[in-house]
Write a protein that binds this ligand. Structure first.
Ligand code: THU
Length: 129
């Protein structure tokens, strides 16, 4: 499947502009290409209870499922400047669940498959699924 990385990064940057990040002042946006061609995305949503903060990837996965499901085939995550950033560990696990080992991630060091950014991941197979 052809991946338009420019489109994904542009969409992620648009969504970053809608982030609610008054505590960290670190807005994040993310966009993901789904295996049926949809593009889903999200932005971070902070909370006065800091631990309740939702990472941008949480919103993306919520849109993925709410809009019909499917598999993530490519993901790009950006900071305030629209520059690529690495998803946090928890969010790599989220992407793993819905994209798996071969999902492609745009990183500051180039495009990498998820099994290189989350080696020996814990996943559904470990639960017998
Ligand atoms: N953040 C994300 O939205 N995704 C990541 O993968 C890394 C961190 C957000 C959470 C918090 O609102 C801010 O960035 C600073 O940690």
């Amino acid at each position: 499947m052809e991946i338009d990385w420019g489109r994904l990064q542009t969409r992620a940057t648009e969504l970053m502009g809608r982030a609610y990040a008054p505590y960290s002042n670190y807005p994040v946006g993310v966009a993901g290409l789904v295996d049926d061609g949809r593009v889903v995305g999200g932005c971070n949503v902070e909370n006065a209870g800091y631990g309740v903060t939702l990472c941008a990837e949480c919103g993306m996965v919520s849109e993925l499922i709410a809009s019909g499901g499917g598999r993530l085939v490519a993901v790009a995550c950006v900071n305030h400047a629209g520059e690529l950033i690495m998803p946090c560990g928890r969010c790599r696990q989220l992407i793993w669940e819905h994209g798996g080992a071969q999902c492609q991630l745009a990183t500051p060091e180039g495009v990498l498959p998820m099994d290189q950014v989350l080696p020996q991941a814990f996943g559904r197979e470990d639960l017998g699924h």
